[in-house]
Design a protein around this ligand. Structure first.
Ligand SMILES: Nc1ncnc2c1ncn2[C@@H]1O[C@H](COP(=O)(O)OP(=O)(O)O)[C@@H](O)[C@H]1O
Ligand SMILES: [Mg+2]
Length: 306
């Protein structure tokens, strides 16, 4: 097992009328990532995706629970951890130092870790992510959004990490550029363990082999993408697939018309307001239910299956 996230909760302690009231961005989240596996974390805005990504690269500390990389608590590693796990952020402009040239931006992680023969490595990685040679000595602030994101991806790859976490890496880009970056991730996931974070079902199901459905800080389902697309187990998954944008508003399915998602953040299931199967039990969050299939395991957190 490459990465294991075990019973993670993350609380933010904002001051609220002088009283510190914890806000749980993640609650009791568990999942794992295998070597060379690509996993999609799918959830609407505010569901806790960025918090989860930042936790895995140690930019956020858990309030409860542990994260293990190759069996070892991630917070017990020294600076070598940044060599093993790296992150691509939503906005490449924030992720890159505008004073650096493309070359310097990609070379820096190698310098930090005292790695020699840098020229070869930088050339190879810039070429592999499709940054044209004529841009290599430009300042990063002179690049377009798509070019910046390629440089950020090169930076994330340059130390040959075990795992890359990409947090909505296409959503700050123009549509055609976003498509190109998505193609790059499709290529990457063949060689690389990847956690791909997105709010977009259509993008998410093109990248991951496994989907982790997140809502209101809770994991609701973990399934192979193929099975999820055929038949989601959780009613929220059904809701998502029924609400996919369609070419014409007249084609929208009857069941989803005018359905607005209302998420609850309390002791219960975060989806219950919209859920057609809701009953009294849903006031408490359900235990995990494992469903075994010939082609793998699925997990769902819904009283319907308990
Ligand atoms: N630093 C913070 N302090 C307080 N609340 C935060 C902080 N960061 C995120 N949150 C809240 O935690 C929840 C999850 O945020 P986030 O992880 O960014 O979700 P997502 O990436 O899915 O939109 C949101 O309600 C957000 O407002
Ligand atoms: Mg986010």
């Amino acid at each position: 097992m490459l990465l294991e996230v075990k019973n993670i909760s993350v609380a933010y302690f904002g001051s609220f009328l002088f009283k510190k009231k914890p806000f749980f961005a993640l609650k009791d989240v568990s999942f794992s990532v295998n070597y060379r596996e690509s996993v999609t974390i799918l959830g609407e805005s505010g569901s806790g995706k960025t918090t989860l990504g930042r936790l895995i690269v140690r930019l956020v500390e858990p309030t409860e629970g542990k994260v293990y990389l190759e069996g070892r608590n991630i917070f017990s590693y020294g600076k070598e951890y940044t060599k093993k796990v790296s992150m691509v952020f939503q906005n490449p402009t924030d992720a890159l130092n505008p004073r650096y040239s493309v070359w310097e931006a990609v070379e820096e992680p190698l310098l930090v870790h005292g790695i020699k023969n840098r020229k070869e490595v930088v050339e190879r990685v810039l070429t592999s992510v499709g940054v044209e040679r004529r841009l290599w000595f430009r300042k990063t602030h002179q690049l377009s959004g798509g070019q910046k994101q390629r440089v950020a991806i090169a930076r994330a790859l340059v130390l040959n990490p075990l795992l890359i976490v990409a947090d909505e890496p296409t959503s700050a880009l123009d549509l055609s550029v976003a498509y190109e970056i998505l193609e790059l991730f499709k290529k990457l996931k063949r060689e690389q363990s990847l956690i791909f974070i997105t709010h977009d079902v259509r993008i998410g199901t093109k990248i991951g082999e496994k989907v982790i459905l997140l809502l209101g800080g809770r994991v609701l389902e973990i399934s192979p993408v193929r099975e999820f697309l055929k038949k989601p187990l959780h009613p929220y998954g059904v809701f998502l697939l029924n609400n996919l944008p369609v070419e014409s508003p007249y084609k929208r399915r009857e069941t989803s018309r005018g359905m607005e998602l209302k998420t609850l953040r309390d002791k219960g299931c975060p989806f219950r307001i919209n859920c057609p199967y809701k009953d009294d039990k849903c006031e408490l969050f359900p235990p995990e239910k494992v469903v075994n299939l010939e082609n793998g395991e699925r997990r769902v957190w819904c009283w319907f299956y308990v």
